[in-house]
Design a protein around this ligand. Structure first.
Ligand code: RIB
Ligand code: CA
Length: 329
C-alpha cells in the first residue's frame, strides 16, 4: 500500500534524512515539501529540501517556501549550533541553485489536499507555522487530509530546549496549539521515542564508506550533528533520528508498539512550561481507556532499531543526480 505524503520541514540535518527516506521508500509517494523556519531560515530550509530531492533526480517534487517566523510575529530563533550555518553540517553544496514553487507552503498544502481529498498524510517535522497558516486559509483542512503526523512535543520525556519544551513546539507554541486543537487524527512522534531512536558512529561510517555519493554526503553532514549530541546529550558519537521516524510512523511503515489516543494541550503561557505538550496519560494504569473527544495518538514506544532502515535506504540511493557539486565529491 502506498501512502501519499506532504512533508513540511525546517530542513536541517535530520530533516534531510526524513526527505531522503520519504522520497526513496517504495510505499511512499512524496507529493510535495513545504519549508518552514526553525533549524534555519525558511530560505535555507527550502534550498536544502530542493537540493535533497535534486540529488535523487526527483526535482519534480515541488518545494514551496513558507513562514519565516512564529505566527505571533515574535522574533525567530534558529539552531545553527545544531545543524551548521547551512543546515547541512557546513558541508552543503554551495553551487546548487534551487528552483522553488511559485506558491507559499500553506497555499501548496491547501491546493494539494483539495485536489486529493482524504488521501494525503500531512507530516510536519518543523515548527507548525505553515500548518496553522493552512488551517486559517482552509478551515476544512482536517477533513481534506488523511491525517497529520508531527515530530514534536514530549509526553513523559524532558524537553530539549527548555526542561518542558521540545524545539518544534517551543518555536511556535501558538501555531502548535492551533494544530493540536483542530479536529483531525493527529499522531505525535515526540522526544519519548525520537530520543531513543539513534544513529551511531558505526552507521555514519557505513554511510561514509558507501559506494554512493548521496550516502557519503550524508555521512559528512552528520559529523557536525553528532558533535552537538555528543556534547549535549549522549556523551558519545551519535545522534537522534527525530524526523525520519515521524515519516515512517505517519506513512504506516513503522507501527508503534504503544500509542494511546489521549487529549493533549499545548502550553502557550509565558511561564516555565511554555511550549510543553501536556498529554493526559492518567489512564495508563487501566490500559488507556477511551477519552471523550481525544484525537491525538501519542507515540510512547516504537522500534529503537529503526535508524538502520534509514541508513540502508540512503546507502542504496546511489550517486547524486547533480552534475556538479555533490556528485563530484
Ligand atoms: O526537537 C527536534 C526537532 O527540532 C527536529 O524536527 C529537528 O529537526 C528540529 O526541527
Ligand atoms: Ca525538523
Amino acid at each position: 500500500m502506498t501512502t501519499k505524503v506532504l512533508l513540511d520541514c525546517d530542513t536541517g540535518c535530520d530533516d534531510t534524512l526524513a526527505i531522503l527516506y520519504a522520497a526513496l521508500h517504495p510505499n511512499i509517494e512524496l507529493v510535495g515539501i513545504g519549508a518552514v523556519w526553525g533549524n534555519v531560515t525558511a530560505d535555507i530550509a527550502a534550498r536544502n529540501s530542493a537540493h535533497t530531492v535534486a540529488m535523487l533526480g526527483k526535482s519534480h517534487i515541488p518545494v514551496a517556501k513558507g513562514a519565516e517566523g512564529p505566527i505571533t510575529g515574535r522574533p525567530a530563533e534558529f539552531a545553527y549550533h545544531v545543524h551548521g550555518d547551512d543546515g547541512q553540517g557546513t558541508v552543503g553544496d554551495k553551487k546548487f541553485v534551487a528552483r522553488l514553487a511559485a506558491e507559499s507552503a500553506a497555499a501548496q498544502i491547501v491546493r494539494l489536499t483539495r485536489a486529493d481529498p482524504g488521501e494525503i498524510e500531512l507530516i510536519a517535522v518543523g515548527p507548525m507555522t505553515n500548518i496553522a497558516l493552512a488551517l486559517a486559509l482552509e478551515p476544512e483542512l482536517p477533513r481534506l487530509v488523511r491525517g497529520i503526523t508531527i515530530m514534536g512535543g514530549a509526553a513523559l520525556a524532558p524537553g530539549n530546549v527548555t526542561p518542558a519544551a521540545e524545539a518544534n513546539i517551543w518555536c511556535d507554541p501558538e501555531a502548535a496549539a492551533a494544530v493540536f486543537n483542530a479536529p483531525w487524527r493527529l499522531r505525535m512522534v515526540g522526544l519519548d521515542v525520537t530520543m531513543r531512536t539513534l544513529l551511531t558512529e558505526a552507521d555514519r561510517q557505513q554511510l561514509l564508506n558507501s559506494d554512493g555519493s548521496i550516502a557519503r554526503y550524508v555521512g559528512r553532514m552528520l559529523d557536525f550533528y553528532f558533535a552537538f549530541f555528543t556534547q549535549n546529550a549522549f556523551g558519545e558519537r551519535s545522534s537522534c533520528m527525530h524526523d525520519a521516524l515521524a515519516v515512517a510512523i505517519g506513512a504506516d511503515i513503522l507501527v508503534p508498539t504503544l500509542a494511546p489516543k489521549v487529549s493533549v494541550v499545548v502550553d502557550t503561557s509565558d511561564g516555565p512550561a511554555r511550549g510543553q505538550t501536556i498529554c493526559d496519560l492518567r489512564g495508563q494504569y487501566r490500559g488507556y481507556p477511551e477519552q471523550d473527544g481525544a484525537h491525538c495518538e501519542v507515540i510512547l514506544e516504537s522500534d529503537p532499531g529503526f535508524a538502520r532502515h534509514v541508513v540502508a535506504a540512503v546507502c542504496a540511493a546511489g550517486n547524486s543526480a547533480l552534475t556538479d557539486g555533490v556528485s563530484a565529491l
